[in-house]
Design a protein. Sequence first.
Length: 108
Amino acid sequence: MMGSRSIRQGMFAAMAFLAAGQASASSQSGYISYVAFTGSRMLFSMGTKTGAPGCDCCNRWEIDGSTSTGQSQLSQVLTAYSLHKAVSIAGTGTCYTDTEKVDYFQSN
């Protein structure tokens, strides 16, 4: 029987694989080092990411907090940030303005 950690790792690998098929979508694992808000959007960073789309100027991620999915992701990001928990993220390969949208978020 697979443990929950193995299942989560498998799910992230599958999401990263699917995201890789999109135009320059990134993925990243580590600790959140920066959080900021602009209106209903949350911006956060985990340092330098690789494979970012050309529209991403600043090595950060963006979540739209005006949607129910975004609100769930926003809550998870703030919890991981405040508890200093490692996270894994896959992007969409597209940007709202100059920051890549989060497609998949997981606390490790």
